[in-house]
Ligand binder design. Structure first.
Ligand code: SF4
Length: 437
């Protein structure tokens, strides 16, 4: 029976920023009243209903407490995170860092990352998009990072630097700041984060004034490149997520808003019922026509310059599952505590393989999509060991060996093919891996 591995609960539909290419920012700029805030009690009702009805795979899934709003504007943020943590659910937060709030220590263990979106690293650039107080935001980021570090967690803050034409020269400044403050730095190309804007753009219907500004600020050319790679067989991956707005209505996808609600969460008893309603979302027709559904889900391409997180050790935890005849289980899982990272960003980990092993699976990262380059697996004598992704796409081969793989899911798995004649005593895995947010 299908369970969603990606759950989104909007705990604050309101936002204080004025990002001009974002659905909520557009409403703020035009003074359109927008959004509410989810109370802790309603959150509890929703999460328990979701778990009782088996909508969500709590063990392997991840919860995002944000969609279009600013979750730090919810006064019960810590109480909600506490309810998430009590239920041992891994979760993410995102913020513009304009509101300073510290997460309680006991709420940090299950926090996978706290993503901070920033649209430049000078007051001039930042004002153009977010419109908030840049110095205040930077000071808050530093304080939040210090707090997490004091609680024993470095690099849980991820700076998602939105790259525009006007802030390319500021990327290094932001990166340096992140290095100094032990923050993971990931630049992404900014895009039209609004269903209407993006579809209008792709269908050549965009308002001239908006189009002119967008062409001067965004890197719209990337969409032509992506369109060339369009795959007819691609299925919108949004259908694998369960998205709730702050009123606990189910939305068709994270690209749409409360105006497109499919009904209250509590009207649905099974995943099948939700799936049936999602079959006939009229906005999907527009999306298929414009191919927006393909482009909006290709976030791997939006990475700017494939910048590597400096804290790869901490964010990536490759491990292998050993099957001794009883299948794979958590008890038979190996990690390499001495994993190393070289100056080219390649990690190396070594695993001793017990004699009685039947099969081995490598999970390169936990709860995240990823892009792997330059992967090589060898035995203790340096002989190549063959492998194949179980649930990822092979992007390139060299001399008949796989060299890069893309995993468009949050549970990447690689099957390691053991030679029947001579089983390795050790597996040495080298790879250059990018976590994709
Ligand atoms: S096709 Fe478009 S509107 Fe439909 S679920 Fe996917 S992203 Fe959303």
């Amino acid at each position: 029976m299908k369970k969603y591995k990606h759950l989104v609960v909007e705990i604050s539909g309101i936002c204080n920023a004025k990002c001009k290419y974002c659905t909520t920012g557009i409403k703020n700029i035009n003074n359109i009243k927008n959004g509410g805030v989810l109370s802790k009690d309603d959150f509890i009702k929703a999460i328990d209903y979701i778990l009782e009805n088996n909508f969500f795979d709590k063990e392997n899934g991840q919860l995002e407490l944000f969609s279009w709003g600013e979750p730090f504007l919810n006064n019960q943020l810590n109480e909600i995170c506490s309810e998430v943590s009590k239920r041992k659910i891994h979760y993410r937060l995102s913020t513009n860092a304009s509101v300073l709030k510290y997460l309680d220590n006991e709420n940090i263990e299950y926090l996978d990352d706290l993503c901070i979106s920033i649209s430049g690293f000078t007051e001039k650039s930042y004002k153009k998009i977010h419109g908030l107080d840049f110095n205040h935001v930077v000071s808050n980021i530093k304080k939040m990072s210090d707090h997490l570090r004091n609680c024993g967690y470095e690099y849980k803050i991820v700076m998602n630097f939105h790259v525009y034409q006007f802030n390319i020269g500021e990327i290094e400044l932001a990166e340096k700041f992140c290095e100094e403050n032990k923050i993971t730095f990931i630049p992404h190309v900014a895009y039209l984060a609004d269903f209407k804007y993006f579809n209008d753009f792709l269908l050549n219907k965009m308002d001239y004034k908006i189009m002119k500004e967008a062409s001067q600020e965004l890197m719209l050319g990337i969409f032509d490149d992506l369109n060339e790679k369009f795959d007819e067989k691609y299925i919108c991956k949004q259908k694998n997520s369960l998205i709730l707005d702050e009123y606990l209505n189910i939305l068709p996808c994270a690209f749409l808003t409360s105006n497109n609600s499919l009904g209250s969460l509590f009207e649905f008893k099974t995943v099948e019922e939700i799936e049936n309603v999602r079959e006939s979302v009229k906005e999907c027709e527009t999306c298929y026509k414009s191919k927006a559904y393909y482009l909006v889900n290709q976030d791997k391409y939006f990475l700017y310059g494939y910048k590597k997180p400096t804290n790869k050790h901490l964010f990536v935890s490759p491990h292998i599952y050993i099957n001794k005849g009883y299948g794979y289980s958590e008890e038979n899982t190996l990690y390499d505590k001495n994993m190393s990272l070289n100056e080219n960003g390649v990690i190396t980990c070594k695993f001793e393989i017990p004699e009685e092993v039947i099969s081995v699976r490598l999970d390169p990262i936990e709860r995240s999509k990823c892009f792997i380059k330059n992967i090589n697996i060898a035995d203790e004598n340096g002989n190549t060991v063959e492998f194949k992704p179980i649930n990822g796409s092979i992007l390139s081969n060299k001399n008949n060996h796989i060299t890069s793989i893309y995993f468009d899911n949050t549970d990447p798995q690689i099957d390691i093919i053991l030679s029947k004649k001579q089983k390795p005593k050790m597996l040495i895995v080298d790879m250059d891996i990018e976590k994709i947010l």
